[in-house]
Design a protein around this ligand. Sequence first.
Ligand SMILES: [Ca+2]
Length: 176
Amino acid sequence: MIFLEYISTNTIIIDLDPQSGPGPEQYNNMLSCPLRKGCGEMHRGQKGFTLIELLIVIIVLAVLTGIAIPTYRVVTSRARESAVENEMTNIAKALEMHQTDLQAYPLTDDYPDSIEDNDYMENIPEEDAWGNDYIYSSDGSSYSLESYGINCIDGGDDDIVITNGVLISDGAYENR
Ligand SMILES: [Ca+2]
């Protein structure tokens, strides 16, 4: 028979033979242990964390956090950029269908209505993954579709640009 008794937050007695368990005096000493001076102190031979060990743990956690946060940002930025490229590619396909059927791309002022009204694509997204408008311009014979990319301003290696069906600027990351 196993005798398990919880004495305090620091002491658990496991006694496989209740007949040989602590006597009344020992039992009372254990119960009063938290009240005795020095009871909670570390005994000789017991080891705790040293200040250096704690500092090492803190440094390791700081380094891991320093790696994890930038990595997370890169992963999310890359995912958004990839989504924008896919979206723009789908718009470009609709623009090509428009050009094939009507021998012209939609004029700047007719975009996106001319595509949606002719059923080349429904619900053309107006904003990219960063909440900025897609920039479309066309004179009918050629067009440019642009996202300002991660930095949300015109210019820089992060811009994503499709001109006449060709991806001429693919953003900050290599997504394909
Ligand atoms: Ca940009």
